[in-house]
Design a protein around this ligand. Structure first.
Ligand SMILES: Cc1cc2nc3c(=O)[nH]c(=O)nc-3n(C[C@H](O)[C@H](O)[C@H](O)COP(=O)(O)OP(=O)(O)OC[C@H]3O[C@@H](n4cnc5c(N)ncnc54)[C@H](O)[C@@H]3O)c2cc1C
Length: 464
């Protein structure tokens, strides 16, 4: 990385003069140290590519963010030689997934133990810990440069090409120039706005209140859901507590708040009676975080010199717990595809389009599945007599392997390129979906043929 200490002046978009303290040159700028940015920067830096990771916050402290590391992510960590060290950090493991159901009544459970992987579970680890781990591992490479407290506010554009960014830090404005700029700055992406991209929203009809309740050592493990009386809860087992997601209708937070904390406590206790003995732990609205659930996607993820990944390109609804997985899979695909062009010093629009082509359809498929699930879940949740049951065929022996596979690996798991050949080929969710469609199509054809044959056999015989 080259740094030129020179003070220059530049007018911002509203005509105000800004003093630029220095101009730095790197190969790739990554804006936003979330899961996508941290993994992409690590993967490029380990290949000797000069990377500057700019993060607007001064630390990684986040509460109630996605904390799920799926088997696909753990496999990537393993391929990078990081899994053992990562899993030495405190975490909990989740292998049983029970979709939401009434407190009483039979429940379909999916077991990740059946997955053929070294990591048949979702590791729950605070995102703060994961990001601190990834960035400290990346510091081992001299080509990695992390700047905390660097809020990117402007794109540098010349002749229709993005050439870098300007960021504001505590000591003033800085300019960084690069061959490629990658925006991994999350659901409210400024890079997306600066690039002039408008996302296509598929607004989920719900918001979520996140809160904590204590957990007893003899309680069930994993993830469970509860529905009843016009409410729905998602309960995630954490190190020493339950992380509870209380689902409410979109935009109804003010009403829920106005109804008071006691009504919220009662609502939780009625939906999940096992928590009645501890809802009193909720004493203040400060213990409750409101998540406005969004889902959207960009039609185009790139412009010359600029690529958007993760939530910046497609906000995933938290309903499926997919956001981190898809953000990291984008990062792995981008690193695989762009390492050689970056090393060669020439990244074309076609290279960036390849990244979108590879990652767009898995994202769209999962968004469609989650939207459909979310709609019926919410309909059931907000109807006092409603109930939510998964289609019975999901319990059939061959089919029941599909949900854990999709949950654990996503639609198209990515692998670190040089290790891909060593990687044992496992049937992916795509293979399973294709297999299922083929079987259903065959059954349909056979039934049609036998019906035609039966009809022929029963045709009246006319003589003459
Ligand atoms: C309350 C909540 C719960 C969730 N639960 C889950 C879950 O259980 N499982 C799951 O998989 N997903 C979950 N998600 C979604 C998940 O957190 C995101 O999908 C995932 O973090 C996206 O990763 P990312 O790297 O694309 O962006 P982010 O994680 O959003 O990271 C973006 C980073 O960019 C930085 N940034 C923003 N603007 C700038 C700027 N101008 N300059 C510099 N830096 C900037 C931000 O500070 C941030 O660090 C949840 C999300 C929320 C909000």
């Amino acid at each position: 990385m080259k740094k030129e200490d020179r003070t220059s002046e530049h007018n911002d978009a509203s005509g105000h003069a800004l003093e630029i303290r220095d101009v730095q040159q790197t190969t790739c700028i990554v804006v936003g140290a979330g899961p996508a940015g941290a993994v992409l920067s690590y993967m490029l830096a380990r290949k000797g590519i000069d990377v500057m990771l700019l993060e607007s916050h001064l630390d990684f402290d986040r509460d109630f963010r996605g904390d799920t590391l799926h088997p696909s992510i753990l496999e990537v960590m393993d391929e990078l030689g990081l899994a053992d060290r990562l899993l030495q950090l405190p975490h909990t493991k989740l292998s049983l997934v029970a979709p939401p159901a009434a407190a009483t009544g039979s429940r379909l459970q999916f077991d990740l133990h059946d997955l053929k992987t070294k990591f048949p579970y979702v590791a729950f680890m605070p995102q703060t810990r994961f990001l601190a781990f990834m960035t400290s591992e990346a510091q081992r490479f001299s080509s990695f440069h992390l700047v905390m407290g660097a809020r990117v506010e402007e794109l540098l554009e010349e002749e229709g090409q993005v050439r870098g960014v300007r960021y504001r830090a505590l000591d003033g404005w800085h300019e960084v120039r690069a061959l490629l700029t990658v925006g991994t700055d999350g659901r409210f992406s400024r890079m997306r706005r600066l690039a002039g991209f408008e996302p296509i929203a598929s607004s989920p009809p719900m918001d979520v209140l996140w809160l904590r309740l204590s957990r007893k050592s003899d309680e069930p493990h994993g993830l469970m859901g509860r529905i009843g009386g016009g409410r729905a809860l998602i309960c995630l087992e954490r190190e020493d507590h339950w992380q509870i997601g209380y689902i409410i209708g979109k935009g109804t937070y003010q009403q829920v708040h106005a109804a008071g904390l006691e009504a919220l406590r009662q609502g939780i206790a009625e939906t999940a009676p096992e928590f009645a003995d501890r809802v009193a732990e909720l004493q203040d609205w400060k213990q409750v975080s409101m998540l406005s659930v969004e889902a959207n996607r960009l039609k185009r993820w790139y412009r010359p010199g600029l690529l958007l990944l993760g939530d910046a390109a497609h906000v995933m609804s938290p309903a499926g717990g997919n956001g981190i997985n898809y953000a990291i899979m984008d990062a792995v695909a981008a690193a695989n595809i762009l390492t050689a062009p970056l090393q060669a010093g020439r990244v074309t629009v076609a290279d960036l389009a390849r990244v979108q082509r590879r990652r767009e359809w898995p994202t769209r498929i999962i968004q469609t599945i989650v939207n459909a699930m979310q709609d019926s879940l919410l309909k059931a949740a907000l109807d006092p007599n409603g109930s939510f049951t998964l289609p019975a065929f999901l319990g059939w022996p061959p089919v029941r392997k599909l949900p854990p596979l999709i949950f654990g690996f996503g639609i198209r798991p990515e692998h670190v390129q040089q290790d891909a050949r060593r990687h044992k080929q496992r049937p992916t969710a795509v293979t399973w979906i294709a297999g299922l469609i083929t079987v259903l199509a065959l059954v349909w054809i056979i039934r049609r043929l036998t019906r035609i044959k039966l009809a022929r056999d029963h045709e009246p015989i006319h003589d003459g």
